[in-house]
Design a protein around this ligand. Structure first.
Ligand SMILES: [Zn+2]
Ligand SMILES: [Zn+2]
Length: 336
């Protein structure tokens, strides 16, 4: 089969690989229908890579598939099922798993990062990673289940209420999923901060009431003017804008730190947080949120198709990676 692999630091390649075979009784053989390209894939392919990945490993952690074959002990899935895949395989026995904090697992493995993923014609996943999705849901929408499940995990921490004002920093796929989600939750004002003109236009089409370019406009002043006192909630979908979030949120408001950048070390005026009783939440990947992501996709509540700007065949996966590297488009899909 054809597979998109991490060839060596900084290098992506398409390679012929043997079709994988079931190894364990709880394994499922999947035929991949669609796989999203994520910022994490671009990080993996940076040189040096901040994420340790074995050379030759198949990328892709945002995928939907149909079940081809199941192991002897699999009862939840059967051949022909359409599924989405939770790529995070937790150990179940560490101190965090025992506390139900699965995304904090000390021995977490990830399909498409530390194990072969879905940027290929076939993939093997353990049955417990699979969530069934209705066959009528088009594959390109089902492929959004993983980022949507991560967004739901974050949104649950700051529970936007009808009538509230939300500020979202960054209009990539995650920022725009938050915009759609908050719009559906009844937010009265959604302000998006984005430096790319192309992404700003897409943000307007995805529920943003106001899009601000922080390089040419005073973002904090605009947020204060539009809301009167500051945003009720702020989401940092970039991962380096904690300081901006602290200035733009109102007293008693909530900040969600979602984007991940291990080099970011913003200078924070801690007293603003204390004086304003600002609640700060970190959010990392998904946690118990795949079932809701599937329900949300099946219901058609969110206009998810608007986020998909590029669709490539598997033999053109290198173009998909390059498009993502250039920061073009929003959600880029590969469809084997
Ligand atoms: Zn991702
Ligand atoms: Zn664990």
């Amino acid at each position: 089969m054809l597979a998109g692999v991490f060839e060596s630091p900084g290098v992506f390649a398409l390679r012929e690989r043997a079709t994988p075979a079931l190894q364990n009784d709880d394994d499922v053989l999947l035929r991949v229908r669609a796989c999203g390209i994520c910022g994490t894939d671009v990080h993996i392919l940076a040189n040096p890579s901040p994420i340790p990945v074995q050379p030759g490993s198949i990328l892709g952690h945002e995928y939907t598939a149909s079940v081809v074959q199941v192991g002897a002990r699999v009862s939840q899935s059967q051949p022909g099922d359409c599924v989405v895949v939770d790529p995070s395989i937790t150990c179940g026995v560490c101190e965090y798993c025992r506390r139900g904090l699965l995304n904090c697992c000390l021995a977490i493995a990830t399909l498409g990062v530390t194990r072969d993923g879905g940027l290929a014609e076939f993939n093997i996943a353990p049955a417990r990673a699979l969530h069934k999705i209705r066959a009528e849901v088009p594959a390109h929408l089902a492929a959004l289940a993983e980022p949507l499940a991560c967004v739901i995990n974050g949104a649950e921490k700051i529970h936007v209420q009808p009538g509230e004002a939300a500020l979202i920093l960054g209009a990539g796929p995650i920022g725009l999923l938050f915009a759609q989600f908050f719009r559906a939750a009844g937010a009265a004002q959604i302000i998006v901060s984005e430096i790319s003109d192309a992404r700003a236009q897409i943000a307007r089409d995805n529920g943003a009431h106001l899009v601000v370019n922080p390089q040419t406009q005073d973002l904090v002043a605009l947020v204060k003017r539009e809301t009167g006192i500051g945003a009720d909630v702020v989401v940092d979908a970039v991962g380096a804008l904690f300081d901006v979030a602290v200035q733009a949120v109102r007293r008693g408001g909530r900040i969600l730190l979602f984007g991940f950048n291990s080099h970011a070390a913003p200078k924070i005026s801690q007293s603003i947080i204390t004086r304003g009783e600002i609640a700060i939440h970190g959010s990392y990947i998904a946690k118990h949120s795949f079932p809701r992501a599937v329900q949300l996709i099946e219901s058609g509540t969110l206009p998810l198709a608007k986020l998909i700007t590029h669709r490539f065949a598997l033999n053109d996966a290198a173009s998909a990676i390059e498009t993502m590297r250039r920061g073009e488009g929003i959600k880029i899909l590969v469809e084997p």
